[in-house]
Design a protein around this ligand. Structure first.
Ligand SMILES: *[C@@H]1O[C@H](CO)[C@@H](O)[C@H](O)[C@H]1NC(C)=O
Ligand SMILES: *[C@@H]1O[C@H](CO)[C@@H](O)[C@H](O)[C@H]1NC(C)=O
Ligand SMILES: *[C@@H]1O[C@H](CO)[C@@H](O)[C@H](O)[C@H]1NC(C)=O
Ligand SMILES: *[C@@H]1O[C@H](CO)[C@@H](O)[C@H](O)[C@H]1NC(C)=O
Ligand SMILES: *[C@@H]1O[C@H](CO)[C@@H](O)[C@H](O)[C@H]1NC(C)=O
Ligand SMILES: *[C@@H]1O[C@H](CO)[C@@H](O)[C@H](O)[C@H]1NC(C)=O
Length: 468
């Protein structure tokens, strides 16, 4: 009996004296980095990183393959019809209010908990940091992240790296999750097209930035931070003759919003059928875009089951765009002093995510990921939340079992805290209880680890057990 009490007491002591070090994660996004940009012999540092990482050559973005929807799906594990960020701008059908970037756009569904909020809410000394990640600099569930820098393209890339990495080493509130955003090669991809020298220069800049990031992590002794490098969508080229002008077709019967290749169309009262029929007829003649009534938008887009979905949606086929591009082209023509001909290529994204040119990449390195593993099928953007949660030891649902295999079943190091307790306890006992303690401790660790592995869906194999 006495022994049992002693054992229980020891367990209690051990539980307060030893805590797991928090697993750390840095997620980096380079906007609009198409998966096959890595095949242009411009990215030696990223190739080198891939050799040490788990690599998914492609990921399937959510529809529309645009920036706000995808960055928010990466962070929440939800499709747009659930989190409500259907586009970079949209109209609230009840109030007719137009939402652009801002609190309301990102707060359609209050049950949406981005990964940085999930982490912060768990307490346990967890802190999240956001460097310009889309939707990150605002409260969710009434909680802000500990660190945040709002979207500001004037902040130099090197400063973004220094600042966000410094959050991990803060002596008072060290971050265990940091989200870091870079706007290129998306910008140049749009203006000069995906195959331009300007875009290639940005691909090289991204490669050097990855190298710089790894150097900074190493210099700050943060090489054991799990690092995910990814992008949100790809890029496709469009030329002037491939622009479909719907202004005359829509006429005075409705308004449109959004950006090519996806236009949300809001018919005036009583005009839905007439407008849809005109668009449908034009679509048949033109052949380069699809038009849907809300209820007919393909299920596979996970888009229509949302109060924010427009009554009519027009989606251009790859390499085509709509009339919204005219004014944008006029703008960049002036701003960048471009000469535009029928052959001039611009870049557009937002098409069906199954389109190869819309697909970005995923690289994950660190103690929680397999080294040198290339996935044989593309990940989905909505899977990433579960992967991040697993790395951080947070509960999130649902995660497909397939993805769990990416995580290397390692135990995070046990670190001693309040070791004076432990010392006092040991002093009070004879050599015999010391031996008992050791045995107990081993059993305890084994038990905890086994439980942990079971929680993660692993079965321990002999190789791992011999490691203790
Ligand atoms: C790069 O090219 C190689 C050889 O042609 C091919 O096997 C691979 O799938 C390509 N990768 C990408 C990302 O396009
Ligand atoms: C919010 O998300 C939850 C979980 O996906 C879903 O069940 C619910 O229907 C959503 N609410 C709205 C208003 O879409
Ligand atoms: C979150 O931060 C923003 C400014 O960064 C502030 O306006 C807001 O009140 C904060 N919300 C909460 C719940 O702390
Ligand atoms: C780096 O971290 C390791 C453990 O994470 C520690 O043992 C070592 O002392 C640290 N080195 C420096 C220079 O901080
Ligand atoms: C450019 O393309 C349009 C539409 O296809 C055509 O009407 C026009 O003649 C072309 N212009 C030139 C200079 O080729
Ligand atoms: C688009 O169509 C409208 C209406 O037919 C017309 O007024 C406008 O000039 C067209 N725009 C371009 C750039 O062709």
């Amino acid at each position: 009996m006495e022994l049992i009490i002693l054992c229980l007491w020891m367990l209690a002591i051990l539980d307060v004296s030893w805590t797991r070090a928090l697993d750390r994660l840095l997620v980096v996004s380079f906007d609009g980095f198409r998966y096959d940009y890595l095949n242009r012999s411009l990215t030696p540092n990223i190739q080198n990183l891939i050799r040490q990482s788990t690599y998914s050559e492609r990921i399937l973005s959510v529809f529309p393959s645009q920036t706000f929807p995808n960055h928010f799906s990466i962070a929440t594990g939800r499709y747009v019809e659930e989190h409500g960020v259907l586009a970079n701008e949209l109209m609230d059908l009840q109030t007719q209010e137009i939402y652009k970037f801002g609190y309301k756009l990102f707060h359609y569904n209050e049950t949406t908990v981005p990964i940085w909020t999930l982490n912060e809410l768990k307490k346990e000394g967890r802190h999240s940091g956001c460097m310009m990640w889309v939707g990150c600099s605002m409260a969710y569930q009434g909680t802000n992240g500990t660190y945040s820098v709002e979207f500001d393209l004037s902040i130099p890339w090197d400063d973004r790296i220094e600042k966000s990495v410094s959050w991990f080493t803060d002596p008072v509130k060290p971050a265990n999750l940091v989200m870091l955003y870079f706007e290129s090669p998306d910008q140049e991809g749009h203006i000069y097209g995906p195959d331009s020298p300007e875009t290639n220069a940005q691909i090289q800049r991204v490669d050097k930035t990855v190298q710089k990031l790894l150097q900074v992590l190493k210099a700050k002794n943060l090489s054991d931070v799990n690092l995910v490098v990814l992008s949100d969508h790809g890029m496709e080229s469009v030329t002037l003759p491939r622009i479909i002008n719907l202004t005359g077709v829509i006429g005075d019967d409705g308004k449109w919003l959004g950006t090519s290749p996806v236009l949300q169309i809001y018919p005036n009262k009583g005009k839905t059928d007439a407008l849809y029929e005109r668009l449908q007829e034009f679509s048949k003649r033109n052949g380069h875009f699809d038009v849907y009534k809300k209820q007919d938008i393909p299920e596979i887009y996970h888009y229509k089951n949302c109060d924010r979905a427009p009554p009519i949606l027009a989606v251009a086929k790859p390499k085509y765009g709509f009339h919204d591009l005219y004014s944008w082209i006029d703008e960049i023509k002036k701003k960048h002093k471009l000469t535009v001909t029928n052959q001039t290529e611009f870049g557009v994204h937002g098409y069906d995510p199954q389109t190869l040119s819309m697909q970005p990449f995923f690289i994950a390195k660190g103690p929680k990921f397999e080294k040198g593993l290339k996935l044989d099928k593309p990940l989905k953007v909505v899977d990433l939340y579960g992967i991040f949660a697993d790395v951080l030891g947070l509960k999130a649902s649902p995660v497909e079992p397939y993805n769990r295999k990416l995580l290397h079943p390692v135990r995070s190091p046990l670190v001693a805290q309040e070791s004076t307790h432990l010392t006092l306890a040991l002093v009070g006992y004879t050599l015999a209880s010391l031996i008992a303690l050791t045995a107990l401790f081993t059993l305890f660790i084994l038990f905890r680890r086994r439980q942990e592995m079971r929680n993660l869906g692993y079965t321990l194999v002999d190789k791992d057990e011999s490691g203790i």
